[in-house]
Design a binder for this molecule. Structure first.
Ligand code: ANZ
Ligand code: ZN
Length: 823
């Protein structure tokens, strides 16, 4: 950008004004949470930031401004508003930086928190800092550990050896939710599968509703119906949970007693099954060792799949490989047909029964595999009025053919009939499956909350007693990654006795996934200083649940699912009395660089908010980001745009210089329309249209200005500044003070609009054709010449007079008459 773009006329000194008001707000504790709990409340929450060394970015400004406008508006509406902010401070980046530089993560985190706080304050965001939390502080993670213990005591936290995602780059395990396309979502390194003993949280227990003591607790699925969230986010959660209704069916092996059980959602295609596939890890394989004649071939295949991730294995575009189990065959329980057995890694051990009936004609993966290994492809479902092709699998529903006594049924009816048949014959059952797995929460890293567990050679696994919390993160630690948790080698940490028998013991050395810390932080804001409990029940009862939550859509299945799970656990065990933590959720869209690309250091297109705050002011930056487009849209940065917004604020400041004037009927009516629109838009987060309405109003003020002053009387003018204030808080305060007020503008109530003023005044417009009265049409008083002509042309009673005539000219008398001359 060119320097000259910044040549404002400086009609107001934004730097002086903004500093002045920020200092005053701080001194007067202007943003402290209200204490009068007889008032209705609104809890307005942002996803708290990870305090990275890079500081605040444009996306933070976007979402924090959106919630700030909402919070300021809500206060003016008489709500008690909770508007906290904190820091999600544990995590890999600080630790990775420490490994590189040797600087302790506690120090870099502290510095980053200070930078973020300064930047946030420079934007005039009305956070109550007295309620801030930082997840890496012992007074906070003490309660993270306390929740871990609650889960442990209720059997919802357990340790087991499992195949887990291992990132070599980060030298730690990852949750399924943190693996993106086979890559680590932090370092983008390849994720491999390893068998490790790890801690899990039983999130799968909370998918469906459950009953306890006569109460129904809503699960992760049905709870979605009660909340106002973007439908795409709800869909992402449903998909991730992946509820699927199907059938388990037994195929007997080699005509004997032994059976292999498959899970299918399409039992209607069972007559088209031409082979069976088992996952390479399937437990039955070992027991068939003696009967499989190509055992060694199978062994080497199984070894080769071990390195692959689930994602690589199930990718449609990847080559499908497998090994036939020579010497074995399976019997179809409905058709009685004998089919071969294969082991192939496109079938996962962890889903369903780890075995599938393959139907190449109706399943894409099976088709690829069948073509490769020359297996029969048999069509058993026809699309309505269609015929089969071998090039593509027909995966839709239709009518059954070649399916014995089931031929002719449609897919849905066939599924019912076949399931009944299998159940009666004792060779199958109806089955619900889920894609969601329990949440893997242990990490072999330093910078996280220690898991409060002690291992005693005599007593086994012993939870740390609550009175001994927090288990402090030690500082005498070498955090270079070795694949084992650095805490294992901290002498101070490992010097511990068993709380049970007093004998020498060892601590769990893994730390918790940072998503554990962020799954409950919103509760702590209700009562952040509490030393005896996670939060006072009365404070929770008043403030929770969160009324409005704003944050990025990238958290759809991570944070947002985990937080819902925690709420359900805490509700079930009496800690809270609600089931869904976030009643209304909105996402801010990604802000792209000026070049239309994603902002990145390497592209040099990163916008630093500090620069814009300094040059055009926080108020300009706030309004610009809200004016860029709908909040949830992805949109590119445009430096010219902020210049335009700044000009708008300059016009505002000119209006604020003195309030003298008298209400003009039209402008006053526009003011009341704007009051209505801005209020309604804020409630729905439609900030761009609210701002454009304010701009129109300010422009019309300038246009209608006369010698006598502004076209609004001071009382009306005040209303204007009150509705502008949430957007441009500093400038609004300054103007308010200049106009003689001694109290903050944010103490003023939101103005009510006058219903009678927002109704457009209507008149009866006389329409003449060649001077003869032909109609009188109802029209707004301020109808223009062209609008009047359009109105006349569209009216049935005039159309016939104009048909096949040529309009020569027309005469328009505003508010009275339109005379159309035709030939
Ligand atoms: C036969 C069949 C025919 C299938 C057809 C689909 C279409 P969802 O909906 O995601 O639950 N499947 C079952 N277990 C599997 C495993 N462990 N690994 C890989 N695939 C597995 O998917 C269920 C379908 O996925 C099942 O239905 C099975 O293939 C496959 F025309 O059975 B189906
Ligand atoms: Zn012991």
């Amino acid at each position: 950008m060119h320097r000259s773009d910044w040549n404002y006329k400086y009609m107001y000194d934004h730097q002086a004004i903004e500093k002045k008001w920020q200092a005053r707000w701080k001194k007067e504790r202007a943003h402290a949470t209200g204490t009068d709990q007889t008032k209705p409340k609104r809890y307005v929450l942002d996803m708290f930031p990870y305090p990275s060394g890079a500081g605040l970015h444009a996306g933070h400004v976007e979402s924090y401004t959106a919630t700030d406008i909402y919070a300021r508006y809500s206060r003016a509406r008489g709500y008690n508003v909770l508007r906290p902010q904190g820091f999600d401070a544990f995590g890999l980046p600080a630790e990775n930086y420490a490994i590189k530089t040797g600087i302790h993560p506690a120090k870099t985190t502290r510095e980053a928190v200070a930078t973020f706080t300064r930047q946030i304050d420079s934007l005039g965001l009305s956070y109550d800092w007295e309620r801030s939390v930082t997840t890496s502080e012992p007074e906070y993670y003490r309660w993270t550990q306390w929740i871990f213990l609650l889960l442990y005591k209720k059997g919802l936290a357990y340790k087991k050896k499992a195949k887990v995602n291992w990132c070599d780059g980060c030298q730690t395990v990852l949750a399924n939710e943190q693996v993106d396309n086979g890559q680590c979502d932090r370092c983008v390194g390849v994720v491999v599968q390893k068998d490790l003993e790890q801690w899990f949280f039983k999130i799968t227990d909370f998918i469906e509703d459950c009953e306890e003591g006569g109460n129904i607790f809503k699960g992760l699925l049905s709870g979605l119906e009660d909340i106002d969230w973007p439908s795409s986010t709800k869909a992402a959660q449903r998909n991730w949970i992946g509820r699927s209704e199907g059938v388990e069916a037994d195929f007997s092996v080699n005509g004997g007693q032994e059976k292999v059980r498959v899970f299918t959602t399409r039992v209607d295609t069972i007559f088209g099954c031409t082979y069976i596939v088992l996952a390479p890890e399937h437990p039955l394989l070992e027991s068939w060792k003696d009967r499989i004649s190509n055992w060694s071939e199978l062994e080497s295949y199984r070894a080769a799949t071990r390195a692959k991730t689930d994602m690589q294995r199930t990718d449609l575009n990847k080559d499908k490989t497998g090994v036939r189990l020579e010497g074995l065959s399976a019997l179809n329980p409905l058709s009685g047909e004998s089919v071969p057995l294969y082991v192939a890694d496109y079938v996962l051990a962890s889903y369903g029964t780890g075995a599938v009936m393959a139907v190449p004609a109706h399943d894409e993966r099976d088709l690829i595999f069948a073509k490769k290994y020359n297996l029969p492809i048999r069509t058993v479902v026809l699309p309505a009025g269609g015929s089969p092709t071998e090039a593509e699998a027909f995966t839709g529903e239709g009518q059954l053919i070649d399916s014995g006594s089931f031929t002719g049924l449609d897919s849905a009816a066939a599924r019912q009939a076949m399931a009944d048949h299998l159940v009666q014959a004792g060779s199958g059952s109806r089955k619900l499956n889920y894609r969601l797995r329990d949440w893997l929460v242990s990490r072999q890293r330093y910078w996280g909350a220690p898991i409060p567990i002690i291992y005693c050679p005599v007593c086994g696994t012993v939870p740390v007693p609550e009175k001994d919390l927090p288990v402090l993160l030690p500082t005498d630690v070498d955090f270079r990654p070795t694949g084992e948790s650095p805490l294992k080698y901290s002498a101070s940490f490992q010097t511990v006795v068993c709380p049970n028998c007093g004998g020498a013991a060892k601590r769990e050395s893994d730390t918790m996934d940072t998503f554990v810390c962020s799954s409950w932080y919103y509760l702590r804001y209700a009562d952040p200083g509490n030393k005896d409990a996670l939060a006072d029940p009365q404070a929770l009862a008043y403030w929770l649940p969160v009324d409005v939550y704003v944050g990025g859509a990238e958290h759809s299945v991570l944070h947002l699912l985990y937080a819902r799970f925690f709420a359900k656990v805490l509700q079930k065990y009496g800690q809270i009395s609600f089931n869904e933590p976030f009643l209304k959720l909105r996402h801010q869209g990604i802000i792209l660089g000026e070049d239309g690309n994603k902002m990145s250091k390497s592209k040099g297109n990163v916008v630093n908010p500090d620069e814009f705050v300094e040059k055009s002011g926080a108020d300009s930056l706030r309004i610009y980001e809200m004016f860029m487009g709908p909040l949830e849209d992805m949109k590119p940065w445009n430096s010219q745009g902020i210049v335009g917004v700044r000009r708008f604020l300059e016009k505002v400041s000119v209006v604020g210089d003195n309030f003298s004037g008298q209400d003009d009927k039209k402008v006053r009516s526009l003011l009341h329309k704007t009051i209505k629109k801005v209020g309604e838009d804020i409630e729905e987060f439609r900030y761009n249209t609210a701002i454009s309405a304010l701009m129109i109003l300010i422009n019309s003020l300038h246009e209608a200005r006369t010698e006598a002053g502004w076209p609004l009387a001071p009382a009306s003018m005040e209303k204007l500044f009150i509705i502008l204030a949430p957007f441009a808080p500093h400038l609004a305060e300054e103007i308010w003070e200049k106009s003689g007020h001694t109290e903050s503008i944010f103490k003023s109530a939101w103005p009510e609009y006058d219903q009678s003023l927002i109704k457009d005044e209507m008149i009866n417009l006389v329409i003449q054709i060649n001077g003869k009265l032909r109609a009188t049409l109802e029209a707004p008083a301020d109808i223009s010449e062209t609008q009047a002509l359009e109105l006349a042309r569209g009216s049935e009673s005039i159309k016939k007079w104009l048909a096949e005539k040529e309009v020569i000219k027309h005469i328009f008398v505003p508010e009275r008459l339109l005379n159309i001359i035709v030939k």
